[in-house]
Design a protein around this ligand. Structure first.
Ligand code: ADP
Ligand code: GN1
Ligand code: MG
Length: 362
């Protein structure tokens, strides 16, 4: 067995998975945590589980994070009880042998395990309006079901996560520090960011209600059923915490309206496709329309532009700092990601009025 595989096997053995370890392979395309699919043989049957090592440089308090995840998954499971396929509609944590829902390895890295939801897939780029509708419906439903989460307030896992003005200030610091000597490579992107600063504070200034939000509603954080096409389960719950609903809608616009992946290098492929936006708005409002305030609804079209800008400046700041936050797989990866975001901001800008009119008509 390869050294890494046996390390993963040793961690997996800390959880109540059951059976004999067969194999483990890296899984998914997230930028922060490390994910493996582990296979165990249980009574002759191969059973898959998800095993994740949390990034402790970013998630400073894994206990608080996992308390949020445990409360949220239990609440969602309670709400799904009795529905067809109930056990595929919420993530199920697998406990560690000591009874807690996470395990710290010898180096202090936090790990957790989930039951694998079979027969469903995630997508890094949108393929159809049907998918967009389903993904947005799932995230809208997620917010709706969590509106009844009992007190106390969830932990703020990363304070000011979607505080766009603070993200902008961090970018300005990164430009001034130019720690990796890369500012010269990103002049047009820096100029674009500075020219767009006025939008940063708009959502925070709108006096919107605090809700339980997901805060990382990328398309690849919802599992789509392989047979029915339904958005069956919202995953990646690390950043579920108090937040503003339009930021969640905005991140769907960012990741599910352009046909190109987030790190596309051919910018001619990056564009906000109106039919995808319409499908997202219809899907989201089919669940969230009942609880959103007028002000929240009015800001949905704008929120797509804002969060695309926000993630763009985060990629840019990380590029300037020398790639210390997001995983990168090639030189200039964060700059490529920033460029797709800013291209998409421009595309949304051109269509924003039409987008707002559509939302108003729904
Ligand atoms: P990251 O924070 O790195 O994005 P995710 O929690 O989104 O990690 O998981 C990475 C990928 O693993 C997802 O995109 C999805 O394809 C898959 N995945 C995660 N949890 C499950 C699960 N319970 N069942 C099936 N697939 C899963
Ligand atoms: C990160 O973990 P992942 O890849 O789902 C990031 C999100 C960004 C996203 C951009 C905790 O999400 O905020 O929107 O990358 N997560 C964290 O793709 O910073
Ligand atoms: Mg993810």
């Amino acid at each position: 067995m390869r050294a890494e595989t046996s390390r993963i096997a040793a961690v997996a053995s800390q959880f109540h998975i059951g059976g004999e370890f067969v194999t483990a392979s890296p899984y998914g395309s997230g930028h922060i945590n490390d994910t493996w699919c582990v296979v165990f043989r249980q009574a002759g049957v191969r059973v898959r589980s998800i095993l994740q090592r949390l990034n402790r440089n970013i998630f400073k308090d894994p206990g608080a994070l996992m308390e949020n995840v445990e409360r949220v998954t239990s609440h969602l499971a309670g709400q799904a009880a009795g529905e067809p396929d109930a056990d595929r509609r919420a993530l199920t944590l697998i406990r560690a042998h000591h009874g807690r829902v996470w395990h710290a390895d010898a180096e202090g890295n936090p790990w957790r395990a989930y039951r694998f939801i079979e027969g469903a897939s995630t997508y890094d780029a949108i393929e159809s309006t049907g998918q967009a509708f389903q993904a947005a419906r799932a995230f809208g439903r997620f917010q709706k079901l969590l509106a009844s989460l009992p007190a106390p307030r969830l932990h703020e896992v990363i304070p000011d996560f979607h505080h766009t003005p603070k993200r902008f200030a961090a970018l300005e610091q990164a430009i001034a520090a130019d720690a990796a000597g890369r500012a010269i490579l990103a002049k047009p992107e820096i100029d674009f960011a500075l020219a767009h600063r006025s939008m940063a504070g708009v959502l925070l200034a709108a006096g919107l209600p605090e809700r339980v939000t997901h805060n990382d509603t990328k398309l690849n954080n919802v599992l789509i059923d392989d047979v029915t096409g339904e958005g069956i389960c919202v995953i990646d719950l690390d950043t579920v915490m108090p937040g503003l609903a339009p930021y969640d809608f905005g991140d769907m616009v960012r990741t599910a309206t352009s046909p190109a992946p987030e790190d596309e290098q051919d910018l001619s492929k990056v564009a906000m496709q109106f039919p995808m936006f319409e499908a997202l708005a219809r899907g989201y409002l089919s669940e969230a329309g009942g609880f959103l305030s007028k002000a929240e609804k009015q800001l949905l079209a704008f929120s797509g532009k804002l969060i695309t800008f926000e993630i763009g400046i985060r990629f840019l700041a990380d590029f300037l700092a020398g790639d210390t936050y997001f995983k990168v797989h090639r030189e200039g990866h964060n700059l490529d990601r920033c460029r797709t975001q800013f291209k998409l901001v421009e595309s949304i800008e051109r269509q924003e009025e039409q987008m707002a009119r559509l939302v108003e008509s729904l």
